[in-house]
Design a protein around this ligand. Sequence first.
Ligand code: AP5
Length: 214
Amino acid sequence: MKIIMLGAPGAGKGTQAKQIAAKYSIPHISTGDIFRANIKNGTELGKKAKTYMDQGLLVPDELTCDLVMDRIQQDDCKNGFVLDGFPRTIPQAESLDAALEKIDQKMDYAIDVDVPDENIINRMGGRRACLNCGATYHIVSIPPKKEGICDHCGNALVLRDDDKPETVKKRLDVYHEQTQPLIDYYAKQNILKTVDGTQPMEAVFDAIVSVLEA
Ligand code: AP5
């Protein structure tokens, strides 16, 4: 099963992608997590990506596409994968289609987790992230057991640099301009499924499972 998670920043793509990956035993591939791991490790890619991410801008396609194409050709992706945060532009979607076409495959589902902008700003301000293992929490809806500490690995939780309100606003603008057109792109391919992302997390997950098992 090859799945793309679509949706605005903070719509809950990562939260849902982790659960889908666990339920169907497929890898969760998050380009945001890959960039954050590179930033943490001080790699050249991380240094380049950070300059864009801190401004709420997209990392250029040439730094992003090869990375994902390499990843989806690894052995653990043979039975499928869930892409979170990729593609984010029409050229990225076209690269993905072209890479899969070469091996006679195509994506199965593009799931749009639909959340209006007004809900997003609130969610992002409350998000806390573990930069060590990638787990995410929300100070009200999904708090960690011990305040400020990751349940999974015990590292300190942080407010991501790009979750500050002015950067979130920019990320939303960039989303509407560059990523939202993918909704039409995948609707034309007949693989678009939309779920209401304003529901509680468990209800969003149930809606996604219903789509995948219909
Ligand atoms: P990325 O990490 O992909 O960020 P994003 O798309 O902006 O998405 P987020 O991780 O912010 O949100 P999410 O939808 O996963 O929501 P989450 O589940 O955490 O990318 C970051 C940056 O990297 C980009 O801005 C860009 O610069 C760069 N980048 C990455 N990929 C790229 C690409 N392909 N091309 C170019 N550049 C790229 O949930 C949010 C919060 O809400 C959490 O606190 C969560 O607990 C809570 N929550 C989730 N679901 C619910 C619910 N149903 N009800 C209540 N609260 C909920």
